[in-house]
Structure formats: structure tokens, C-alpha cells
Ligand binder design. Structure first.
Ligand SMILES: *Cc1c(COP(=O)(O)O)cnc(C)c1O
Length: 399
């Protein structure tokens, strides 16, 4: 339902780039919401099984995944110092335990995009490989690491529009499989990400405009070529399901820590949101498991609250943050998105608990506080050193 933009006090606050909290008035009990959702438990199970089929290949292509048996997953850690910092800075008394899910440390891509982006390329690869006899039914997917398989995939192209991280995840996995890869980067993408991709022979094209512009150009070029596949960040169900598998992975990690999630111990999850696929998919996966015992909130920068704007107005993809005078700029990695996915926004209507927006200067504080917990590890295992590790692993493989 489309709601009026005028005299809406929340939108007035958003216009002046103030932080807001929004509680979703359209959320309903999960047992009722479940039947209305376009996707369900079977779809997640299918995605989860596909990830497992690819595990032998991932172990071979990315030796850093050997320790987890070819499963790309990040640690869940307690952040007690952050808890203390929040309590003292805000004179609050946080109940429960604060945990950090370190998707920044996911193998291969070094961001949450390792879930959705890689999954979509693997699914496309499976389809092509089975159709063309590269893989036979019940054969180990390890075969996809062979030279003959790589030679086959050189006949196919993968294209994607990206602000950086999606391009990295799609670019790296696709190059390793053997595809010709074209990444269409928006102006805000970091130079080192472009350089890294070019190092693997990825064709990186740069655009003056924002993310939407890069996506449009990329899609148009891909549509002209029958052997080219375009990864659509905004509308892809595969990408979404790749993210959704995070639900069962987190469930296992909570169990390992003996942390119950039930009526007396609700789980609150705060998910950074750009176009919506990653937080939407993860929220969807968590709701399927924990139902009403999990409360999912999206967090967006005050200058780029595209999902909140779409949900509050009911306009979803048909409104952009520029329409209410915001810039869409932020230093928050991956979140400089002006227009949200309509597919995700609509799917979230009955299940999302709410949204918060955050100022960039406050994100700087949070990172400083967080470092009290993770400083040692950041020094020893900085994002740069993680990437160096990948670079070296890849070089060996690409020879
Ligand atoms: C892309 C990204 C997000 C948000 O994902 P969307 O699917 O765009 O909503 C959050 N954090 C990081 C680091 C990202 O790269």
C-alpha cells in the first residue's frame, strides 16, 4: 500500500539526515506470514545442499577453506568490551549478550557478499556443467578445478554491476572457475578493489554515475550476448537464497555456544542494509528457523536509507533517497545505495521488526570501541593481509 509522503514526521526527520528508529507496523506472527512468502524452507534446503556439493571444489580452489571442509563461514564471537563501551557511553544497561558475526572475515570475498554472490555463480556453473556433460550426476564437484573444466568455462561470460564488494566476490569466484568476467563499477568503488580484480584478468569498467547506472549498463551489455550471464543484485532469488543459508549456520553456532533462542531468550539481529539482498536473505533464513523468537532490524546510513524509505512509503523500488534530498553518500562499506530492491522490500513487509539509521560519525565511534575487542586480531589479520592470502592462493591456482 502506498502511504502519503506529506506530513509524515518520520520522513521529515529522515530528510534532515537525523537518526531514526522505525518499528514495522505491518509485521505479523510468522505462522501467518509464512504462507504469504514467495520462498520457503525447501528453497533454503536446496541452496544449502548445493553449497555442500561444491565443498570439495571450494577446498581445492581456495585452500583456506580446508579447515572448514569447504564451507565458507565466519566466526561468531562475544564482544564484552563493546558491551561495556555501550553501557558506559550511553549510560545504559544492556540485557543479554552482545555477539558479533564476523562476515568481514568470510573466505574468498572478505565480506557478506561471499554468501550470495558466490552462491549465484556456483548455481549457474552447476547448470552449465550438467547441461554440457562437464559434470555427470553424482560426480564429485572437485572436477571443476581441472584444466579441462576451466577451458570449457572460458567460453562463457559473467557480468555484474557493483559498488565494490559484490564485484570482488563474483569476480574472484568466476575467474577461478574460468569464466570471462566483466565487472561494472560505480564511481564510489575503492581503487584497490579494481586493482585486485584487474590482477586476475577481470575486465573492470568504471562509470561516472552511481550504482544504478553501473547496473543498467552492465545488464544492457550482457543481454546482447547469449553466452553472458548477468548477476542482478536487486531481483535475484538465487543471490537471496545464498544469503538465507546463513540462518542454519548461525543456529549451529549458537547451539555450540549453548545459547538458547526461545520465548524467554529472544534473538535480536542488526543487519547492515544496502540494496537489501544480504540482510533480507539472512533475515528470511533466520525467521524460517526461529520464527517469532528472532527480531530482525536493518541498519542504514542516514544519507542512504533506501530500504526504510521504500518500506515506510510502500513505494519500494519506485522511490530513491535523492527524491527526499539525501545524497546517498556514506563511508559505510557497501551501503551507498539510493534505491532499494523492491523484491526484498515486499518480502520483508510481514517479517521485518524494524529499521534504524545511523550517522557516519557514530559508525567511526563504534569501530573504535569494537577495536577494544578485536584490536589484536585486526593487527594480526588485517583485511589487507586476508586479501594478500587470497591473492597468493589464487596465483598458485591460476598458473
Ligand atoms: C553489500 C554489503 C552490505 C549490504 O548488502 P545489500 O545486499 O546491498 O543490502 C552490507 N555490508 C557489506 C560489507 C556489503 O558489502
Amino acid at each position: 500500500m502506498v502511504k502519503s509522503l506529506k506530513n509524515n514526521p518520520l520522513i521529515e526527520k529522515m530528510k534532515s539526515a537525523k537518526e531514526v528508529v522505525w518499528i514495522n507496523p505491518d509485521k505479523i506472527p510468522f505462522s501467518e506470514a509464512e504462507d504469504k512468502l514467495l520462498l520457503g524452507k525447501d528453497d533454503i534446503r536446496d541452496a544449502s545442499e548445493r553449497w555442500k556439493r561444491f565443498a570439495p571444489f571450494l577446498m581445492k580452489a581456495f585452500p583456506e577453506t580446508e579447515v572448514t571442509g569447504g564451507i565458507i563461514e565466519s566466526p561468531l564471537v562475544g564482544i564484552h568490551n563493546m558491551e561495556d563501551a555501550i553501557n558506559s557511553e550511553y549510560h545504559s544497561n544492556l540485557k543479554g549478550r552482545l555477539l558479533l558475526k564476523k562476515d568481514s572475515h568470510l573466505a574468498v570475498a572478505g565480506s557478506v557478499k561471499a554468501r550470495g554472490g558466490i552462491y549465484e555463480v556456483l548455481k549457474h556453473t552447476e547448470t552449465l556443467a550438467l547441461q554440457n556433460g562437464i559434470l555427470k550426476e553424482n560426480e564429485s564437484y572437485e572436477k571443476l578445478a581441472d584444466d579441462s573444466s576451466k577451458a570449457f568455462f572460458q567460453n562463457y561470460t559473467i557480468q555484474v554491476g557493483s559498488t565494490g564488494n559484490l564485484g570482488l566476490s563474483i569476480g574472484i569466484i568466476s575467474a577461478v572457475i574460468g569464466y570471462h568476467v566483466v565487472v561494472h563499477m560505480s564511481a564510489d568503488a575503492k581503487q584497490w578493489k579494481k586493482d585486485l580484480l584487474r590482477g586476475y584478468g577481470v575486465d573492470v569498467r568504471e562509470y561516472e554515475g552511481d550504482y544504478g547506472e553501473a547496473v543498467k549498463k552492465g545488464r544492457a551489455l550482457s543481454d546482447q550476448d547469449a553466452t553472458s550471464y548477468f548477476v542482478d543484485d536487486e531481483n535475484s532469488k538465487d543471490l537471496f537464497l545464498g544469503y538465507a543459508v546463513a540462518g542454519e549456520r548461525l543456529q549451529k553456532q549458537l547451539e555450540e555456544k549453548n545459547l538458547a533462542v526461545d520465548d524467554a531468550h529472544p534473538l535480536f539481529v542488526y543487519l547492515p542494509c544496502g540494496v537489501g539482498g544480504a540482510p533480507g536473505g539472512i533475515a528470511f533464513g533466520l525467521k524460517q528457523i526461529f520464527g517469532d523468537h528472532v527480531h530482525c532490524f536493518f541498519a542504514e546510513p542516514v544519507q542512504a536509507p533506501c530500504m526504510l524509505l521504500g518500506m515506510v512509503t510502500g513505494l519500494h523500488h519506485d522511490i530513491a533517497v535523492e527524491d527526499i534530498g539525501l545524497s546517498g553518500n556514506t563511508s559505510a562499506d557497501g551501503l551507498a545505495v539510493g534505491r532499494a530492491s523492491g523484491f526484498v522490500g515486499r518480502l520483508m513487509e510481514p517479517i521485518l521488526s524494524g529499521e534504524v539509521t545511523v550517522r557516519d560519525d557514530r559508525l567511526d565511534d563504534y569501530i573504535r570501541w569494537m577495536k577494544r575487542d578485536t584490536l589484536k586480531e585486526i593487527v594480526e589479520n588485517s583485511p589487507e593481509s586476508i586479501f594478500l592470502m587470497h591473492v597468493n592462493a589464487l596465483r598458485k591456482y591460476l598458473k
